[in-house]
Design a binder for this molecule. Structure first.
Ligand SMILES: Cc1cc2nc3c(=O)[nH]c(=O)nc-3n(C[C@H](O)[C@H](O)[C@H](O)COP(=O)(O)O)c2cc1C
Length: 381
């Protein structure tokens, strides 16, 4: 199968699996503990059924919206994921950012990106957001915020669900680290993927590019140990709010109580997420936590949703259950790993086409019309 024959995100996943060394594929594909949350994220979305209106004029469909103040042609955007050059050494973050730009959707850059925010800004025009954690070193945060502002990132996405890394056992089994260390296991897996290996050795080494000047690009675990603080609280969010004048989203929210705290802390968006099933291994499906949050705070502040989105119907379901926009993670990463920028473009196009088709088939022509009555409620046992 090649890219032209990839008709859905599962096809892109199969292509990614063929192209990547196992440790890299597993890093994308895996989750925490027994991966039950990872599976639930997808399964519970799938379980939702949609109902439709007939004889509606659906000739003109408008899927455009605004995400964190930025115009977007589609109600979904790129979720921040670490180290894109690991998945496609030649394309990396710029491949993702350019595909997002071409589709008219925002791009979010991870703190642990393998391309610096300045290099991304130089190669990307369009809305872009920067994901951060609250680190021990406040000076480093202030410096990073100033760099993000200068590089045209309009929103900070504060990831709040990673006080410690999740238990990702596939990574332990594969002896996988970021950047990868050479050992017998990683070497054997990489040698079995000559196309990837060629790209890896003919491009610059994969680093935590935003902090390359600090020489902390040893491994993700070392970085976490050095800079992550387990003492971060809502007071730190208030401090961040005072030090950042742009938009602020808090990512990793699962309860209406925490959603209320986001509002009290001055956040512009509540991001409902369980980190794609990569953190707490016993978490409920992200979609199951959304309705209560939407009931509690919907209309007061923007709601972003992620977790398990692999189909255009999944996007419609999340919007119908109260999200204002949806972030995609693995869906575009499989495309990136399969074929760089063209692969990300294919992933976005697949989801866009499925979304528009679902809007037509449900008789809803605008994003604001994707409301909860679309979700089918069974009355028979
Ligand atoms: C390989 C990978 C790396 C990720 N890295 C980050 C990261 O650096 N920061 C972050 O906030 N979230 C990160 N995430 C979580 C995503 O932003 C998002 O919450 C999750 O992927 C959504 O679930 P989905 O993959 O099922 O769409 C990562 C996810 C994956 C799969």
């Amino acid at each position: 199968m090649n890219l032209a024959h990839a008709h859905n995100i599962a096809d892109l996943r199969a292509l990614a699996r063929n192209r990547l060394p196992r440790m890299v594929f597993d890093y994308i594909d895996g989750g925490a503990d027994d991966e039950l949350t990872l599976q639930r994220n997808e399964q519970r979305l799938r379980d939702i059924e949609l109902i439709w209106d007939v004889l509606v004029d659906v000739e003109k469909l408008d899927a455009s919206t605004t995400i964190l103040g930025a115009p977007s042609k589609l109600p979904f955007f790129i979720s921040p994921t670490a180290s894109s050059r690991l998945f496609h050494p030649r394309g990396g973050e710029l491949a993702v950012a350019r595909a997002a730009q071409a589709a008219g959707i925002p791009y979010a850059c991870s703190t642990i990106a393998s391309t610096s925010m300045e290099d991304i800004a130089a190669g990307h025009q369009g809305p872009r957001f920067f994901q951060m954690y609250v680190w021990k070193d406040r000076g480093l945060i202030v410096e990073t915020l100033a760099r993000a502002k200068a590089a045209g990132f309009s929103a900070i996405l504060l990831t709040a669900d990673l006080p410690v890394p999740g238990n990702r056992e596939r990574d332990f089994r594969n002896m996988f680290t970021i950047p990868p260390k050479v050992n017998w296991k990683t070497a054997t897996q990489t040698l079995s993927r000559p196309g990837y290996l060629y790209d890896l050795i003919t491009t610059t080494p994969v680093k935590a590019a935003n902090f390359a000047h600090m020489r902390i690009d040893v491994s993700l675990i070392d970085f976490v140990a050095a800079q992550f603080s387990q003492k971060v609280t809502w007071d730190d969010v208030a401090w961040l709010r005072q030090n950042w004048g742009g938009k602020l989203a808090i990512k990793g929210i699962a309860t209406s109580e925490d959603a209320q705290r986001c509002i009290a802390a001055g956040a512009d968006a509540v991001w409902v997420s369980n980190h794609g099933g990569r953190q707490l291994g016993a978490a409920p499906a992200s979609i199951d936590t959304l309705p209560a949050i939407a009931d509690a705070i919907g209309g007061q502040t923007e709601i972003i949703f992620d977790g398990g989105v692999r189909r255009g119907t999944d996007i419609v379901k999340a919007l119908a259950l109260g999200a204002n926009s949806v972030a995609i993670g693995r869906a575009y990463l499989f495309g990136l790993a399969a074929a760089g920028e063209a692969g990300v473009a294919r992933a976005i196009a697949i989801l866009r086409n499925e979304l528009l088709q679902t809007m037509a088939l449900t008789g809803r022509t605008r994003i604001a019309a994707l409301t909860r009555d679309l979700v089918f409620r069974r009355t028979l046992p």
